[in-house]
Design a protein around this ligand. Structure first.
Ligand code: FMN
Length: 206
């Protein structure tokens, strides 16, 4: 399925090909591919090299998968029941400061989690897998069900698997699955010299 966004400039193949499908094939991703994805997540940069991200793997048929699935909001459950792998990505809420010899606020923690999740997803894309991040889930339930220590905050559940047949989705989701994808133009998001002034890199270019 060609679901690519239009681009004016070249980008890495995995970035161009990545999107968030709702139709997943049932087959389990190979262990070596999942291993590479977690390795990529591990290599992500983080503030003070805190490395705050933690991942909990649930493979369909196992207990963790069932628990993660029940944490999802109903509109995600509507399609995620076909997904072979669910991964809960959590993050340290506070970081330990050697200088203060104590835990201190860590305002960048979700930023750092996002970087490692993107590395995870792009590595998967490079290996022919697709990922769909989901923030619509019950983080308190996940915290309780997995006895996650209070220092860590559940951040996102990621669906992982091979692309499936969009024809198997309910009609409304099938329309969304095959509908156009959109992005703001570069002129709207890249400024130069002053806030709100489109960069001359892009203004007036086709
Ligand atoms: C932090 C975050 C939370 C998201 N939560 C959900 C979600 O709960 N359910 C869902 O279907 N998609 C979710 N998405 C997927 C976005 O809707 C999707 O990335 C966006 O529409 C762009 O589409 P694309 O990923 O196919 O390029 C989430 C994405 C991010 C980054």
């Amino acid at each position: 399925m060609n679901n690519r966004l239009d681009t004016r400039y070249p980008v890495l193949p995995a970035i161009l090909e990545r999107w968030s499908p709702r139709s997943f094939a049932g087959r389990q991703p190979e262990a070596h591919k999942l291993q590479s994805m977690f390795e990529a997540a591990r290599l992500a940069p983080s503030a003070h090299n805190t490395q705050p991200s933690r991942f909990l793997l649930g493979r369909k048929g196992g207990m963790a998968y069932e628990k993660l699935f029940t944490c999802l909001d109903p509109h995600n459950r509507e399609w995620a029941h076909c997904v072979p792998v669910l991964v809960l990505a959590s993050v340290m809420r506070r970081r330990f400061s050697q200088v203060k010899a104590d835990f201190v606020p860590y305002p960048h923690c979700m930023h750092d989690l996002g970087l490692s999740v993107m590395s995870f997803m792009l590595q998967g894309q490079h290996l022919g897998l697709h990922c769909h991040p989901m923030a619509a889930f019950d983080p308190e339930k996940a915290q309780r069900d997995f006895d996650i220590p209070p220092l860590f905050a559940p951040g996102i559940i990621i669906a992982v698997g091979y692309l499936g047949d969009p024809g198997a989705l309910p009609p409304d989701l099938r329309v969304r699955e095959t509908g156009p994808r959109t992005r703001r133009p570069l002129e709207e998001i890249v400024f130069e010299e002053a806030w709100g002034q489109s960069s001359s890199l892009f203004a007036g270019q086709d």
